[in-house]
Design a protein around this ligand. Structure first.
Ligand code: APR
Ligand code: PHB
Length: 395
C-alpha cells in the first residue's frame, strides 16, 4: 500500500481514535489517510481497556463496525463495590434511565476497525512513523513520515493527532501555545489476563486495607484482573499463586466464594496518571484521544473518551464537507474538554476513593469508607456514579 500525495484529513495513529475517526469520515465521504508507526500485529495485540459506554457502542454502530460486538459483546447492567468485608451492587439502568455498558476488549474494537479499513482499500500504512507535522497554522499541512527506509511526505487540509500520549502531534504545537495539566498517582496496577472463568457476573471494584483490586473479564472464559501495587513494582516479584492469593484477599474471598484460578497468560504493571492538554486544536491540527488526555483506568474512560472526541470531530468535518461551515471545527476543543474534564474528575474520584495511598492515615481511610457507604445507601450518590460510569450523552 502506498499513500496518495495529498488527502483531506491526515490521521496519525491507528489506535481506537484514529481507526474510528477514519471509519466515520469514510461514512461521510471524506477522504483521509491513516499512518501508524507500529505493525498491525502489535497494534491488535496491545492489552488495553475492556468497557464500552453506550455512546461508544452507538458510534461504532454509526461506523458499521458492530457485527462482532453484537455477537460477542457482553452487556452489563451494574458493578459491585467491595469494602468493609461486604459487596454492594450499583445498578445502572434504574439510576440512568436505562443506560448500561458493554464488555468488549479494545483489542477487538481495533481488530474490527482495521479489518474494515483494509477491506475498504482506503489509505492506511503500518510501520510508517510520523516525525514531523508542519504548516497547520497556514492553509496546507505537511506530514513527514518514514516507510520502508524512505523519507516521505503527505500533504493534507487537516491533520488529526490520534497518536497517543507518546505521539508526535502534541509536541508539534509551538511552545506556549498549549497548557498541560497533570497528576500522577503514588501507585500502579498489576494487570493479568488468565484462562479462568470469571467467578462473578459483573465487575468488582474492591477497597481493602492492603490496596485496591478489580475483577473484570474479556470473555466468558477469560478473566482480566488488577491489583494495586507500588510504583515501579516488578511483575517478576509476583508469582501466579501470590497474585491469586492477594486478589482473593482483597476481593473478599471466603468459604462461600473465591476466584476461579487458571494459567496467567499476561502480566504487566501499568502506571496511573491524569493529564489534559488544552486546547485540543491548533489551526488545522486537532488532537484526539490519548494524544490530548490521559485518565487513570479506574473509571474505564480512556477508550470511551477517544471515541467521543472523534465522534465530535467527524461530525464537524461532515458539517464542513456538506455546508462549508467551520463552526463545529472551531468549537471542537471546547466541546470535547467539557466531557474530558468530567471524565477526569470521575476517574480521579474512583481512583482516590478506592485505592489506599502508601502511608494513608486512618482518618483518610474512614473518609473513603464513608463515601463508599454513602454510594451504597443513597440513590442520589449511586446515581452520580452510574451516570458517570455509563457515560454522559455526547453533545
Ligand atoms: N506516528 C504514527 N503513529 C504513531 C506515532 C507516530 N509518531 N506515535 C504513536 N503512534 C500510534 C501508536 O502506535 C498507537 O497505535 O498511535 C496510536 C495511538 O493509539 P492509543 O495509544 O491506543 O491512543 P487512542 O487511539 O487515543 O486510544 C486511547 O488506548 O492507550 C489506550 O488507555 C488508552 O483506552 C485508551 C485508548
Ligand atoms: C478492563 O477490563 O480492562 C477494565 C475494566 C474496568 C476498568 C478498568 C479496566 O475500570
Amino acid at each position: 500500500m502506498t499513500l496518495p500525495q495529498h488527502t483531506t484529513v491526515a490521521v496519525i495513529g491507528a489506535g481506537p481514535a484514529g481507526l474510528l475517526l477514519a471509519r466515520l469520515l469514510e461514512r461521510s465521504g471524506i477522504d483521509c489517510a491513516v499512518l501508524e508507526s507500529r505493525d498491525r500485529t502489535y497494534v491488535e495485540q496491545r492489552q488495553r481497556a475492556g468497557i464500552l459506554e453506550q455512546g461508544t457502542v452507538d458510534a461504532l454502530r454509526e461506523a458499521g463496525a458492530t457485527a462482532r460486538l453484537e455477537a460477542e459483546g457482553i452487556p452489563h447492567d451494574g458493578i459491585e463495590l467491595g469494602f468493609g468485608g461486604r459487596r454492594h451492587r450499583v445498578d445502572f439502568p434504574s439510576l440512568t434511565g436505562g443506560r448500561r455498558v458493554w464488555v468488549y476488549a479494545q483489542t477487538e474494537v481495533v481488530k474490527d476497525l482495521i479489518a474494515l479499513r483494509l477491506e475498504s482499500g482506503l489509505p492506511m500504512l503500518f510501520e510508517a512513523p510520523v516525525h514531523a507535522v508542519e504548516g497547520f497554522d497556514a492553509d496546507l499541512c505537511t506530514v513527514r513520515y518514514t516507510h520502508g527506509g524512505e523519507e516521505r511526505t503527505l500533504t493534507a487540509d487537516y491533520v488529526v493527532g490520534c497518536d497517543g500520549f507518546h505521539g508526535v502531534a502534541r509536541t508539534a504545537v509551538p511552545e506556549g501555545a498549549s497548557r498541560t495539566f497533570e497528576r500522577t498517582y503514588p501507585y500502579s496496577w498489576l494487570g493479568i489476563l488468565a484462562d479462568a472463568v470469571p467467578a462473578y457476573e459483573e465487575l468488582i471494584y474492591a477497597h481493602s486495607e492492603r490496596g485496591f483490586a478489580l475483577a473484570s473479564m474479556r470473555t466468558p472464559i477469560v478473566s482480566r484482573l488488577y491489583l494495586q501495587v507500588p510504583n515501579g513494582e516488578d511483575p517478576g516479584n509476583w508469582s501466579d499463586e501470590r497474585i491469586w492469593d492477594e486478589l482473593d484477599h482483597r476481593l473478599g474471598a471466603d468459604a462461600s466464594w473465591r476466584l476461579n484460578r487458571g494459567p496467567i497468560t499476561s502480566k504487566a504493571v501499568l502506571p496511573m496518571r491524569s493529564s489534559v492538554t488544552e486546547p485540543m486544536r491548533h489551526g488545522r491540527l486537532f488532537l484526539a484521544g490519548d494524544s490530548a488526555h490521559i485518565v487513570p483506568p479506574t473509571g474505564a474512560k480512556g477508550l470511551n473518551l477517544a471515541a467521543s472526541d472523534v465522534t465530535v470531530l467527524a461530525r464537524a468535518f461532515a458539517r464542513l464537507h456538506t455546508t462549508g461551515s467551520t463552526e463545529l471545527l472551531e468549537a471542537y476543543s471546547d466541546t470535547c474538554l467539557k466531557r474530558v474534564w468530567r471524565a477526569e474528575h470521575f476517574s480521579y474520584f474512583m481512583t482516590t476513593t478506592l485505592h489506599t495511598d502508601p502511608g494513608q492515615s486512618g482518618f483518610e481511610t474512614r473518609l473513603q469508607l464513608s463515601q463508599l457507604e454513602r454510594i451504597t445507601t443513597s440513590a442520589f450518590a449511586a446515581g452520580e456514579l452510574a451516570e458517570n460510569y455509563t457515560g454522559l450523552p455526547i453533545d
